[in-house]
Design a protein around this ligand. Structure first.
Ligand code: PHE
Ligand code: NA
Length: 443
């Protein structure tokens, strides 16, 4: 370990940063449209099972690896298991960081644009037309994607402690309050009955569709920032005396709470406005402006606040994505943090441009019927992240000695420790494997 490696200012700082990574566009933008596309309640149920039975144990595994190794995602595997194939998870993780951040910045750019739009007066035309006009423009969205990437690089450039720890303390509670207030208002719009049955009364026939399981698994990994070493990297800035299991459960609980609240905010309005819940990635960018419009004069204030906080939440997630790649390249090539953030940030920005163009001028470019952004998202979230998580689970479950794993995780010899290891050894790998096989139609 290099003597200059940073550490978190406090255990609270670490938990807040991990929460900042978890809570982002995944909870509001991605959760609502994926839930909408997959039929609502049955998907939500599988999603919550994925969080509880696969997500939290692997979250713990990542924290444990990071804290023990005190290195970046690739370095951690090199250090703990030199010359072993486990390092594949590290390489997949860095690749996922590039792919996810490339399209994440596109959507985050949309949020920044909407924020600015509300500052200068709000959206006074049909929200659907407005959104469509904006995302199909070949230049505008890329400009906002660029602005968002500059912000992300700026934070990572300044460094872990100063950059990330402070802002989360104020902005996340604010976002929570705002989402609750908006959910309350959304309930008055007239679509509540339909929304509640859509979200909480499962249509069991949806469970015969294998895509629902992969979508839920991918959403669980994406939303928890899991399977690509973001949480290994954050865990690596922990001091030895910091305790892990409580942190893992709080991060997952908060993240899931945010997602469900977002659902309660979006879906009543979706049904009240007669929008199709399966409308896809534009859902929140059309529904929320609709809500704000119906608020009359106050709408602009809510629009400003909401899109500001959404962009801020996206920023703390984007920072954790960039940090995975930067921490790796810094050590690997002995570059400075500043130099690395600029170079990697520039590459990721360029990599994201096709995702943006795929909304308009390149909309003919599709893979298996998905546009460019959707394809990037599918590969990273539904394939790389669960695969990374599978390897991480096997690594601790089978590559570590039982006593070491229990000690490093702070479980010690305890029932929970035994359950945790059992899940990492058997349940999580088998479940992920089966979901993969089902989705490629093997059974
Ligand atoms: N969890 C973040 C969100 O919900 C996205 C993310 C994925 C961040 C993977 C880091 C790693 O928005
Ligand atoms: Na999330």
């Amino acid at each position: 370990m290099s003597p200059t490696r940073e550490q978190w200012g406090s255990r609270l700082g670490f938990i807040l940063a991990a929460m900042g990574s978890a809570v982002g566009l995944g909870n509001i933008w991605r959760f609502s449209y994926v839930t909408g596309e997959n039929g609502g309640a049955a998907f939500l149920l599988v999603y919550i099972l994925c969080i509880a039975l696969i997500g939290i144990p692997i979250l713990m595994a990542e924290f444990t690896i990071g804290k023990k190794a005190q290195s970046d995602v690739v370095g951690s595997f090199q250090k703990l298991a030199p010359g072993k194939p486990w390092i594949t998870a590290g390489i997949l993780g860095v690749a996922s960081a590039f792919i996810i951040l490339s399209f994440y910045a596109v959507i985050a750019g949309w949020s920044v644009y909407y924020f600015v739009q509300y500052v200068i007066g709000g959206i006074n035309t049909d929200p659907g037309d407005f959104f469509g006009g904006f995302i199909t423009d070949p230049v505008q969205p890329i400009l906002w994607q660029f602005i968002f990437m500059v912000l992300t690089v700026g934070v990572v450039y300044v460094g872990v402690k100063k950059g990330i720890e402070a802002a989360n303390k104020i902005l996340m509670p604010l976002l929570a309050v705002l989402v609750i207030v908006l959910a309350g208002y959304s309930f008055t719009l007239g679509g509540t009955q339909e929304a509640l049955s859509f979200l909480f009364t499962p249509d069991w026939s949806a469970l015969t569709n294998p895509d629902v399981y992969l979508a839920a698994l991918g959403q669980a990994f994406f939303s928890l920032s899991l399977g690509m070493g973001a949480l290994i990297t954050y865990g690596s800035y922990l001091k030895k005396e910091d305790k892990l299991p409580g942190a893992a459960v709080s991060v997952a609980g908060l993240d899931t709470g945010f997602a469900i609240l977002a659902g309660l905010m979006i879906f009543p309005a979706v049904f009240a406005f007669g929008i199709n819940p399966a409308d896809g990635p534009g859902l929140v960018f059309v529904v929320l402006p609709g809500i704000f419009e119906s608020l009359g004069g106050m709408g602009q204030v809510f629009g400003i606040l909401f899109f500001f906080l959404l962009a801020a939440a996206a920023l703390s997630s984007a920072v954790s994505l960039l940090e995975v790649a930067v921490a790796y390249f810094m050590r690997q090539f002995n570059w400075s943090r500043k130099q690395t953030s600029l170079i990697i940030g520039a590459i990721i920005f360029l990599l994201g441009i096709p995702s943006s163009l795929g909304m308009g001028v390149w909309s003919d470019v599709t893979f298996f019927g998905k546009d460019i952004l959707d394809s990037m998202d599918f590969i990273a979230s539904n394939v790389f992240l669960p695969l990374g998580g599978l390897i991480i689970a096997l690594f601790i479950g089978w590559g570590w000695k039982r006593v070491d794993a229990l000690e490093a995780s702070d479980f010690g010899e305890s029932t929970w420790g035994t359950v945790w290891l059992g899940i990492l050894r058997y349940f999580a790998p088998i479940a992920i494997f089966v979901i993969f096989l089902r989705s490629i139609g093997l059974f």
